[in-house]
Design a protein around this ligand. Structure first.
Ligand SMILES: Cc1cc2nc3c(=O)[nH]c(=O)nc-3n(C[C@H](O)[C@H](O)[C@H](O)COP(=O)(O)O)c2cc1C
Length: 221
C-alpha cells in the first residue's frame, strides 16, 4: 500500500472480542492509522473474554506485523465513547471505512435508526451519511424479526451486515484459524490487502481436506 490509510473500529457489547483484537493488531501492524471507540459493554467483553483490564491499547495492538501492509506500525488512537465531539464524530474527518466488531443487536438498532446515543453510534451514522464503507460484524443467535428488519434498514442505508460466521471449508485447525477467516473477510470489505487464508480455490481446495478439525481420525488420535 502506498497511500496512508485510516480506519475506524467500534467495539460493542456482543460476544467476539477476539475478532476486534485480531483486526486491530493486523491494522496497526500493517501501518494503518486506527481510531477506536468502545461501548461500556464492549469494554466488559474485553474483560470477560480476553481478561483485559480497562481498554489496554498495547494488548489490543501488539505483535501482528507482516500480514497487512508494508511492515510499518500504525497509530492506535482511543476515543471515549461519550465524547461525541471527537474527530470521528465529524464527516470532515476522512477515513477509509468503519467496522463495528463485534456489533450487538442494540448497536445494530441504533445504527439502523440513526440514533447517536454515543460516539460509536455517531461515528457509524457519519460513515453512512458520507457514503463510506460501514461494516457491522453482527453477533447474535438466533435473530429476531426486529434484528432482521434492522439489518435490512442498515443495508438499505449502505451498511454491510456481516454475520460473525466463519466458514469451515478452509479446514480450520484452531480458534485462531476461525477468527482469521472472519477478520480476513472484514479486511476484504475494507479493501485492505492481507495474507490471511480466506480464499476457496486459491488458499485451499478439495485436495487439501485431511487434517482439519472435522477429521475425526485426527481429532481422536
Ligand atoms: C456476557 C454477555 C454477552 C452478550 N452477548 C451478546 C451478543 O452476542 N450479541 C448481542 O447482541 N448482545 C449481547 N449481549 C447484550 C449486550 O451487551 C447489551 O444489549 C448491551 O446493551 C449492548 O450495548 P452496546 O450495543 O452499547 O455495546 C451480551 C451481554 C453480556 C453481558
Amino acid at each position: 500500500m502506498g497511500m496512508h490509510r485510516r480506519v475506524v473500529v467500534g467495539i460493542s457489547g456482543a460476544s467476539g472480542a477476539i475478532y476486534a483484537q485480531r483486526l486491530i493488531r493486523l491494522l496497526v501492524g500493517g501501518g494503518i492509522e486506527t481510531h477506536l471507540v468502545v461501548s461500556p459493554l464492549g469494554q466488559r467483553m474485553l474483560h470477560d473474554e480476553l481478561g483485559m483490564e480497562g481498554i489496554d491499547l498495547d494488548a489490543l495492538s501488539g505483535g501482528a506485523g507482516g500480514v497487512v501492509g508494508s511492515g510499518r506500525v500504525g497509530e492506535l488512537k482511543l476515543h471515549h465513547y461519550r465524547d461525541v465531539g471527537a474527530s470521528i464524530a465529524s464527516g470532515s474527518f476522512l477515513h477509509d471505512g468503519m467496522v463495528v466488531v463485534p456489533c450487538s443487536s442494540n448497536t445494530l438498532s441504533a445504527v439502523a435508526h440513526g440514533s447517536a446515543q454515543n460516539l460509536l453510534h455517531r461515528a457509524a451514522a457519519v460513515t453512512l451519511k458520507e457514503r463510506r464503507r460501514l461494516v457491522l460484524l453482527h453477533r447474535e443467535m438466533p435473530v429476531s424479526l426486529i434484528d432482521t428488519r434492522n439489518m435490512q434498514t442498515a443495508t438499505e442505508a449502505g451498511a454491510v451486515v456481516c454475520p460473525a460466521s466463519p466458514g469451515f471449508y478452509m479446514m480450520p485447525r484452531t480458534i485462531d484459524d476461525l477468527v482469521d477467516f472472519v477478520v480476513g473477510r472484514l479486511l476484504d470489505l475494507l479493501e485492505i490487502d492481507h495474507r490471511l487464508k480466506v480464499r476457496w480455490g486459491q488458499d485451499v481446495g478439495v485436495h487439501t481436506r485431511s487434517g482439519a478439525l472435522g477429521d475425526r481420525s485426527r481429532v481422536e488420535s
